[in-house]
Unconditional design. Structure first.
Length: 185
């Protein structure tokens, strides 16, 4: 019980641990379960959909994420962005858990829509001392590596037995999204 009382928020969107430049940007997405879960889901779903989706989804996400970051750096409001981030883990986790075979344009649109929220959160966290460009490059590189980890796990679907752990990972990611939406994490 004492461990729970001392626990820190599991969000990548806190200002307390902000570092500057590339290192800070790289570190930032790796410190939040909400971001890690969603990035793995993007890679998992891309690998499951296969074909062009395996590279389109992981390219769409960071490109649109940078646009969301730019919106934040400009100081424009985006109400409910934290709920959008939590919803991204829930929805993308469900896409993987239920092995949804959406057309590529729908999958890319969904991934891109959620990327705006993640980018906005990262853009809000650019430390005053950091150069925004190097910070953005850092979080895009870390995001790409998380996508690659998801793709690697998603490639298990190439074998009959591989769908079980991939769908289970999707279910776990969806549960993470529910936990963030309900405030239990």
């Amino acid at each position: 019980m004492g461990v729970i009382a001392c626990a820190a928020p599991a969000l990548a969107h806190t200002e307390a641990d902000a570092l500057g430049g590339f290192t800070g940007g790289f570190h930032h997405p790796l410190t939040g379960l909400d971001h890690v879960a969603t990035m793995l889901a993007v890679g998992l779903w891309g690998a499951y959909l296969s074909g062009r989706a395996i590279w389109v989804l992981p390219i769409v996400f960071p490109l649109v994420m940078v646009l969301g970051g730019g919106i934040a750096v400009l100081g424009l409001p985006l109400p409910g962005f934290e709920s959008g981030i939590a919803a991204s883990a829930l929805v993308l986790g469900l896409m993987v858990a239920f092995a949804v075979r959406a057309p590529l344009w729908i999958a890319a649109g969904l991934v891109g829509a959620f990327a705006v929220f993640h980018g906005y959160a990262h853009g809000r966290e650019v430390p005053d001392a950091a150069e925004a460009v190097t910070f953005f490059v850092g979080f895009v590189v870390a995001t790409g590596l998380l996508h690659l980890a998801g793709i690697g796990m998603g490639l298990l679907t190439r074998w009959n037995w591989g769908s079980v752990p991939v769908c289970a990972a999707g279910a776990a990611i969806a549960c993470t999204g529910i936990a963030f939406l309900t405030g239990t994490v």
